[in-house]
Design a protein around this ligand. Structure first.
Ligand SMILES: O=C[C@H](O)[C@H](O)[C@H](O)COP(=O)(O)O
Length: 284
């Protein structure tokens, strides 16, 4: 049928505009146009986000890592990749920072340090850290952070606690006035596996909201942290006023809680790469 229609082009010719209109309006075509557009705008968002992360990361490295910096703590996540890349550039291309020792805060950070041929340190030998640089999932106006969206928080907090200066690098989507404005996946809490149910109920009774065990996507069962523990993501009550220092202390005291992803009074400075290519700096 199609063949015979195509052979009679003279008959089809006058109706071509309508036929083309029909085709472009068909749901399948519309669907693929929309998904192509969504794909493209997601790609653009990612490019913009990466540019923002890179700007924040490179500025922080250039301003905070000097020849006087002997020991640097390396955080985890996607923004920290740009930090390590810039460090490697400084060491291998520019021939500076030859004595720099990098202390990792996760398996990923350790791999990054090794992959870029930087000097790997550890807390046994390098427990006095000059500067710690890390990303965050959300940063409020008082520099209270939510961390652990990528499953790393306990080692991060330990390494950060050994540092004289803690610098956060993030893209513009992490910046908020109040916690919960941007990050809606909850506050990560690392728990001993056998305690995940009692801890969940205790947090909910004390502070409301809902604490959920984080389930892996490509493995059956829960996410297991670098330390062999489970994670609860506590979605707190967005409208409630919380004193994050008190909340952090109270949750940390629940038996079975190993660490919280609330970093209170730890960060000294935060660099945000903005969507328009500029930088915003927030200090304590
Ligand atoms: O668990 C992950 C860490 O706390 C990261 O530092 C945090 O999730 C921010 O990561 P990203 O730089 O990928 O946004």
């Amino acid at each position: 049928m199609l063949k015979s229609l195509l052979l009679r082009r003279d008959l089809l010719q006058p109706h071509l505009p309508q036929l083309i209109g029909l085709c472009t309006r068909s749901p399948i075509h519309l669907k693929s146009t929309i998904s192509r557009r969504t794909f493209c705008s997601k790609m653009n968002d990612n490019i913009e986000l990466d540019a923002a992360k890179k700007l924040a990361a490179e500025t922080a490295v250039d301003q905070y890592v000097t020849e006087d910096t002997k020991v640097l703590g390396i955080g985890s996540g996607s923004t920290i990749v740009f930090v390590v890349q810039r460090l490697a550039e400084r060491v291998w291309k520019e021939g500076t920072l030859s004595e720099l020792i990098c202390v990792p805060s996760s398996f990923q950070a350790r791999q990054l340090i090794l992959d870029h041929n930087l000097t790997l340190g550890d807390l046994d030998r390098n427990y006095k850290i000059d500067v710690y640089i890390d990303g965050a999932d959300e940063v409020d106006s008082s520099l209270v952070l939510i961390k652990g969206g990528g499953g790393c928080l306990m080692q991060e907090k330990i390494v950060a606690s050994c540092a004289k200066t803690v610098v956060i690098v993030a893209d513009y989507t992490k910046r908020s006035l109040r916690l919960g404005e941007q990050w809606c996946k909850g506050i990560p809490i690392e728990v001993a596996p056998l305690a995940h149910v009692p801890v969940k109920h205790k947090i909910e009774e004390l502070f409301g909201g809902e604490a959920q065990l984080r389930i892996a996507l490509k493995k059956a069962g829960p996410i297991v942290t670098d330390n062999g523990n489970f994670l609860l993501d506590w979605r707190f009550v967005a409208k409630r006023e919380y004193d994050w220092n008190e909340v952090n202390k109270a949750i940390s005291l629940i038996p079975g809680v190993l660490e919280t992803g609330l970093f209170v009074n730890m960060a000294h400075k935060c660099y945000f790469g903005m969507a328009n290519g500029t930088l915003k700096v927030q200090s304590k």
